[in-house]
Ligand binder design. Structure first.
Ligand SMILES: Nc1ncnc2c1ncn2[C@@H]1O[C@H](COP(=O)(O)OP(=O)(O)OP(=O)(O)O)[C@@H](O)[C@H]1O
Length: 258
């Protein structure tokens, strides 16, 4: 078996007396696409922060490419959860992608190499056309393509995306998910993709990690998205219906404290 790109072993996270989740063991292989779902407050972003070395686990371990998670790891590309960039932000799309090389061994390379890598990353996400426009003047979907280019420019083994589809229209959602899928197929990058909605990623997902009420389930979409499994996780009756290839879920509490 190849070395896992990401590995949680009996991991737990709490804030004060409140346990977000515990007993999490998960191996993510090269090229695997994992979707992370759960209600607001279930600990999805906090999990991403443990992988980035920004948040300590309460118990167990998390390793990236065989090493304990730490800040600034070269192996990780990260698309943070964020809103649109302010219209007056003077940064060009190209500069924003270049920031993805700062702090990496490529960041100190020859300027010509650096420019070539940035141009290649912009081309890979179809953003060359607006590379020299100020980032704040781009549409939400265009900005998100640029963020993906920034996260991929240093050639990570693991791509962490925290709600990258928020406030994007259906067409842009499809573009972004297809780009991420291509990256893992062509480059073997493992993908951990936090999302509120399973449907936009359904064609690509290998496994789902579903967090709720301090518990979790890991499995294929077919294993996790059943009325029985989700009702058990949430402790209330939940109805899951598969309607012409779309998954509809009724009865999920909006947030952990509901
Ligand atoms: N540093 C911290 N100290 C104390 N509590 C925290 C800290 N970070 C997060 N929390 C709490 O942990 C819980 C989980 O937060 P987190 O942002 O991980 O949830 P989430 O699943 O990503 O939610 P959302 O879907 O709303 O983004 C929340 O109740 C949050 O207030």
């Amino acid at each position: 078996m190849p070395e896992p790109v990401l590995e949680f072993a009996d991991a737990g996270l709490s804030f004060g007396p409140r346990a977000l989740w515990s007993g999490l063991s998960l191996r993510v292989e090269p090229g695997e696409f994992i979707a992370v779902l759960g209600a607001n407050g279930s600990g999805k972003t906090s999990m991403v922060r443990t992988i980035l070395g920004l948040q300590r686990l309460r118990s167990g371990t998390v390793r990236v490419s065989g090493r304990p998670a730490r800040r600034g790891a070269d192996a990780i590309g990260y698309v943070p959860q964020q809103r649109r960039v302010e219209p007056l932000t003077p940064l060009r799309a190209r500069d924003m992608v270049g920031q993805g090389l700062d702090g990496h061994r490529w960041g100190l390379g020859r300027p010509a190499d650096r420019a070539a890598r940035v141009a290649a990353a912009l081309a890979a996400v179809g953003a060359s056309e607006f590379a020299d426009r100020p980032i704040g003047l781009l549409s939400g979907g265009e900005q998100q393509r640029v963020r993906i280019a920034q996260s991929l420019v240093a050639g990570p083994r693991l791509l962490l995306c925290d709600e990258p589809l928020l406030s994007l229209d259906l067409r842009s959602q499809r573009t972004i998910t297809a780009l991420v899928d291509r990256q893992r197929r062509e480059k073997g990058t493992a993908v951990v993709f936090v999302t509120h909605e399973i449907n936009p990623v359904l064609p690509y997902v290998d496994r789902v990690l579903y967090l709720a009420r301090g518990k979790f389930r890991v499995g294929t979409v077919e294993e996790v998205f059943t009325s029985e499994t989700l009702s058990d996780l949430y402790g209330v009756p939940i109805e899951v219906v598969n309607l012409r290839g779309r998954i509809l879920v009724a009865g999920v509490p909006e947030a952990e404290h509901d």
